[in-house]
Design a protein around this ligand. Structure first.
Ligand code: PHE
Ligand code: ZN
Length: 879
């Protein structure tokens, strides 16, 4: 067992391994409780390592059955084995073969790392350090080998046997057993190893790559769910085509398989040629999946597929380089979704998520750079910072060097680094070379944590017709980094006048600002624009051109000008959000001073105008989704009272709903759809606006909205409209809500993925009774703490998406979560550590809650024998 005293791993301590493993031949005999793994490793001294060093293979909860060197037994003193490692004291100073037999119990593996069973299906999860739970190995990504895997199982128990690479052989064996052999010719790190064995249904397809290679595609799901696998297959085909066109990346094996399993710690995993997915991100039908589910499936299918080049062909030298594959692959999947759907709407959704997750992380005790330089538990670094901020850094790079140089840099990267385990430095060198730019200052984005703020002051001189913009940046301190340097911030901008379109941007030295791009790379800088006809409203950070907080002093009239006239859709949306945010922040202040909140009509009126005029439904729906309670809390930043936030937001929603009531009702009836459900972006946009209109209408006038929601709930032919109505009903206490919830629970009793939505909806109800409701739902027959999806839906939603109830003033929400974390830590520490992350903003609360949160964090910290996962999070949270 590992203990909670795991030593920190540091980037600066990196050195190559003393040995290399060139080929791995595995013979896996699947058995529910005693699976045997025979591993034959071709090992040789690494010329870059220390000659004559001991060979120290990693292990984790392993049982060694036997070990042999070049076919001969090892003398007892020649090696040392424990569940957590196998050491050869003096291996030969030449190439040799090591044969290791281990035994593992997949049924008892509740951590869902290594080889485990999900609903009886054998599957594996090896990233980051799971392969060492299968066999002893140099479990680090810079050890790349060619794998051959033979899988043997009882045919009745596991008729389907899948591995990485191409299938080479299969056959029957005596006693009802059978086997399959898979070979992956591409050298890979062991974290990309996978195998699957079980009873699975298959939906198949085929694609011919641009060079004419035929690839067989398979999506494997629980038998009987095949009809829900079609969309995933379709998304896969579109992803493969897109990657050829957009990035020149072609698939490189004869088979590509995806397997959906119901017990999975994360979203999905990019194992070479054999992606394994959380079934939530594969299974979809109109009756069970929402438009958001379809979009997420499309994005994650693409993400995992895109890893084939950015992650697998080119992998990471060490886990500090995680953003090398994750940031880049998120960027790629975001681009894909933008091309498949609406680019502005995708950008808005991504920025919402970035702010909700990454900005929150970056402003609290768990803040870390995109490329961390130290970790105690790597599982805890699959974060919004590594993924989402990592993608923003790539996007800024593209903005700064331009699309052509970016393309040339990517081509160079694919060409130069293919087949290697690379670093951020290797990656950036390709773009420096392709663009002829010095990227050393830019690279600070990878090392410096924290969200920079950019403050802007503008001054218009009517006589000179000049506009002066003064920019100043600063980054708040983060753990371990008190002093911050200025970063390179690309600021896209334009001018919007009250009359109409923006003027061209000419600078004082007579240049035109190309693409409206100003680069702020100092602590303070200014920009003077000339020939500016009339006092305009500066539209800054268009498209959210950098992951920063913008502090720009705009009055209500200026915000409305941007909202109505900006040619940049992101900033139109942003102006509306900023307006609404101001109203809510002022309402919070009023409520805390025992005053009733007051709102002006401007926002509601502009919203009504938009509803009357727009045909971009998805965009309008984004405008109508007011900043969340968590957004408001982040804006307040300190001394947060979640109850005041809840009531301020409710009050504004109700005010807007009343003020724009007739317009909302018209929108609702105008957008009624007929004909069969289709998940395409336009249809989804229509549904999202219609549901958003009903939501606000009901917030303003429940007597008018609830009957509409009830009718929609009863008649909906698709999950989007059904759950949309149920979510509205859930906000309003009373029999309508309870009846609808009961009906839904009964109807979908046998469909765990749909019940997760039902668990989540109830866990998110902002009422004092919710904690008891959550406790009650934990006794529901479909609920199980051993299933990560169920746990996240109920416990995770309560802790992460119910601001006022998790942060109850009496501390009961915190105590409940601490109980859950301590209970789960014994079985699934990764999941426990994730849930504990809900405390990440605890220091910004008002002092009563802060004290309650600290009490519970200390209670968790005091528990003996904590996993390294939970120990790491709780220690950092309290530091
Ligand atoms: N590498 C996976 C992805 O982002 C995430 C993952 C990490 C899955 C660790 C499982 C375990 O695509
Ligand atoms: Zn990924």
């Amino acid at each position: 067992m590992r203990t909670d005293t795991a030593a920190p791993v540091r980037l600066e301590d990196y050195r190559p391994t003393d040995y290399l493993i060139d080929t791995v031949s595995l013979d896996v005999r699947l058995h529910p409780t005693a699976t045997r793994i025979l591993a034959e490793l071709a090992i040789r001294p690494n010329p870059a390592g220390r000659a004559g060093a001991a060979l120290e293979l990693d292990g984790d909860e392993l049982e060694l059955v036997s070990v042999a060197l070049d076919g001969g037994a090892l003398a007892p003193g020649a090696y040392e084995a424990s569940p957590s490692g196998l050491t050869l004291h003096a291996p030969p100073e030449r190439a040799f073969r090591l044969s290791i037999e281990t035994r593992v119990n997949p049924t008892a593996n509740t951590k869902l790392m290594g080889l485990y069973r999900s609903s009886g299906v054998y599957c594996t999860q090896c990233e980051a350090e799971g392969f060492r739970r299968i066999t002893y190995f140099l479990d680090r990504p810079d050890v790349m080998a060619v794998y051959t895997t033979r899988i043997e199982a009882e045919e009745a128990e596991a008729p389907v046997l899948l591995g990485n690479g191409d299938p080479v052989e299969r056959g029957a064996l005596p006693n009802g057993r059978h086997y399959a052999v898979w070979r992956d010719p591409h050298p890979k790190p062991c974290y990309l190893f996978a195998l699957v064995g079980g009873k699975l249904g298959r939906v198949g397809g085929e694609i011919v790559t641009r060079s004419g290679r035929k690839v067989e595609l398979g999506v494997y799901v629980e038998p009987g769910k095949e009809s829900r696998a079609g969309y995933a297959l379709d998304a896969l085909v579109r992803s493969m085509r897109w990657d050829e066109q957009a990035f020149g990346c072609e698939y490189d094996l004869s088979v590509f398989n995806i397997v959906a399993v119901s017990d999975f710690n994360m979203g999905a995993m990019e194992n070479k040629g054999l992606n394994i997915f959380n079934d939530k991100y594969v299974l979809a039908s109109p009756e069970t999946a929402t438009d958001a589910d379809y979009a997420a499936i499309e994005a994650i299918i693409a993400h995992e597929y895109f890893h084939n080049w950015t992650g697998n062909r080119i992998t990471c030298r060490d886990w500090f380089q995680l953003c090398l594959k994750e940031g880049l692959t998120v960027f790629r999947d975001q681009e894909f979704s933008s091309d498949e759907r609406s680019r502005p709407v995708k950008r808005i959704a991504d920025v919402r998520a970035l702010r909700a997750q990454q900005f929150a992380e970056d402003s609290g005790p768990l803040a870390h750079p995109v490329r961390p330089s130290v970790y105690r538990e790597i599982n805890n670094f699959y974060t919004a910072t590594v993924y989402e901020k990592g993608a923003e850094v790539i996007r800024m790079l593209k903005t700064l060097i331009g699309p052509e140089a970016f393309k040339a840099g990517m081509d160079l990267y694919f060409h130069r680094c293919d087949g290697t385990a690379a670093t951020i430095e290797d990656f950036l060198a390709c773009f420096a070379e392709a663009s002829g730019r010095d990227l050393s200052h830019f690279s600070l984005w990878y090392r410096q944590a924290g969200t920079p703020s950019v403050a802007v002051r503008t001054a218009y001189d009517a006589e000179d017709r000049t506009l002066r913009l003064d920019f100043a940046q600063s980054t708040p301190p983060t753990p371990g980094q008190t002093e911050k340097e200025p970063v390179v911030i690309p600021i896209r901008l334009g001018l919007v006048s009250a009359q109409g379109r923006g003027a061209p941007l000419k600078t004082a030295d007579g240049r035109t600002l190309e693409d409206g791009l100003f680069v702020l790379d100092k602590t303070a800088d200014s920009l003077t624009l000339i020939e500016v006809p009339a006092d305009p409203v500066p539209s800054l950070l268009r498209g959210f051109s950098a992951p920063v907080r913008l502090e720009q002093e705009l009055g209500p009239a200026e915000l409305l000008t941007l909202f109505r006239r900006d040619e940049d859709p992101f900033n139109r949306w942003q102006a509306a959000q900023t307006y609404a945010m101001r109203l809510m922040v002022r309402a919070v202040e009023a409520l805390r001073a025992q005053q009733p909140p007051e709102f002006d009509q401007g926002f509601a009126v502009a919203l009504g105008e938009l509803l009357a005029a727009t045909d971009d439904h998805a965009f309008a729906a984004q405008v109508m989704a007011l900043p969340s309670e968590a957004d408001v809390a982040r804006e307040l930043g300190r001394e947060i009272d979640p109850d005041a936030v809840l009531h301020a937001r409710k009050a504004l929603r109700s005010f807007v709903g009343q003020t724009a009531g007739d317009r909302l009702a018209q929108t609702y009836s105008r957008l009624e759809t007929t004909g069969p459900y289709s998940p395409d972006a336009a249809s989804a946009g229509r549904r999202s606006l219609r549901n958003a209109a009903l939501d606000l209408l009901t917030a303003g006038d429940p007597g008018r909205g609830i009957p509409l929601a009830q009718a929609q709930f009863a008649s909906a032919d698709n999950m989007t409209d059904q759950i949309g109505a149920l979510a509205i009903l859930a906000q309003h206490p009373g029999p309508a809500r309870e009846e609808a919830l009961a009906a839904f629970g009964e109807h979908f009793a046998a469909d765990p993925l749909v019940l997760d939505k039902w668990f989540g909806l109830q866990a998110a109800i902002p009422e004092a009774a919710t904690l008891d409701r959550v406790r009650g739902l934990m006794r529901h027959p479909a609920f199980s703490l051993s299933n990560p999806n169920r746990t996240r839906a109920l416990v995770g939603t309560f802790a992460m998406a119910n601001l006022s109830q998790f942060h109850r003033a009496d501390g009961a929400g915190y105590a409940f979560l601490a109980d859950m974390v301590l209970q789960l830590d014994g079985s699934n520490p990764q999941l426990a550590a994730r849930l504990l992350g809900a405390f990440r903003t605890w220091r910004s609360l008002e002092q009563g809650r802060r004290a309650q949160a600290e009490t519970q964090l200390r209670r968790v910290a005091a528990k003996e024998g904590l996993s390294p996962d939970v120990s790491d999070i709780v220690t950092r949270s309290l530091a």
